[in-house]
Design a protein around this ligand. Sequence first.
Ligand SMILES: Cc1cc2nc3c(=O)[nH]c(=O)nc-3n(C[C@H](O)[C@H](O)[C@H](O)COP(=O)(O)OP(=O)(O)OC[C@H]3O[C@@H](n4cnc5c(N)ncnc54)[C@H](O)[C@@H]3O)c2cc1C
Length: 348
Amino acid sequence: VVATGAQPIHPPIQGLDLAGVHVLHTMGDSFAVQEALTSRRPSSAVIIGGGYIGLEMAEALTQRGVAVTVVEQLPTVMPNVDPELGASIRQELERHGVQVANQVKVTAVRRHGAGLLVAGAPGFQQPAELVLVVVGVRPNAELAAAAGAATGVGGAIRVDRRMRTNLPDVWAAGDCVETYHRVLDRPAYLPLGTTAHKQGRIAGENAIGGDRVFAGSLGTQVVKVFELAVARTGLRDDDAKDAGFAPLTVAAVEYDHKAYYPGAHLVQLRITGDQQGGRLLGTQLVGHRDAEVAKRIDVAATGLFHAMMVEGLCDLDLSYTPPFGSPWDTLQLGAQAWVREAGHAARR
Ligand SMILES: Cc1cc2nc3c(=O)[nH]c(=O)nc-3n(C[C@H](O)[C@H](O)[C@H](O)COP(=O)(O)OP(=O)(O)OC[C@H]3O[C@@H](n4cnc5c(N)ncnc54)[C@H](O)[C@@H]3O)c2cc1C
């Protein structure tokens, strides 16, 4: 069973080998950052990469009193959710004192007095005492490929749904393999712990004579960024279009629980469904960390797993009490908005 995981991408940036620059991926990397924080007590940091790990680190370093700048080459942070939600996440970072530089491509890290200088285009220069590089991962498939294993999406080891490679008696699982995407009905590369655990169990059972089939991934994720929870499952509009669906994505903003009960927070929803037939294709949510965002994305993920219609979400018998929800749950209100909008679109 091959479970060699992923390796961090080392982007083409000069100076990644300088002291004070950390490419962050393993526990060992995190211990090195911890050691740098305690022994050198840096007061400023630049984080290259505005994905979920970069933003988690931005929060963690801010809590430690470090002034953080996040640099992301794309127009919004957290590029795996829609830009409208990325803008809210940026506001949350800025509200906590994190500087965010979008559309900046870092090209070099240089020595600068006793510290470092991060340079990028166009015209970006930011001094820092600590630099973290978190720009994604790629499958660690070399070992298996050298033994003759076929590779697929993004260079990941190709496996079938029993986690078999093309080599006899060789199974593979986790961040090193491509994963069967349940909505796309084809392989994708989604390096997530949830996926790795399920695939690992199947590879292990099958390697000792079992016959388990991997049910598939949806790319369900949740992450905390300061006071926000950000979650997604399934496809976004562009992914769905590329896959041949006729997607409609409808945005809604709804309270997480009855507004008259103290502590209600608004949740931003984006529901994507197929206009031909009404099937749910994906959901994205951003809301306060107390707004049960993870529960709600998991309801959407359950619906997606079972190929539900968006309208079907409205019929689910979900729990209700004023401190936690409404008789129509937040997700159901979003689904109703989708159904209304799809009806208007069909009549136009
Ligand atoms: C900072 C961080 C935060 C994350 N947070 C989340 C999260 O919140 N939710 C989520 O779902 N996922 C998260 N992930 C992703 C999750 O950690 C991975 O998807 C998961 O660990 C993959 O498991 P794996 O067993 O395939 O690979 P790994 O956990 O990477 O294990 C692979 C192991 O194989 C070893 N190895 C590689 N090559 C060889 C070799 N030739 N010989 C011997 N050993 C070898 C490696 O050293 C490594 O220890 C996070 C990842 C990171 C880096």
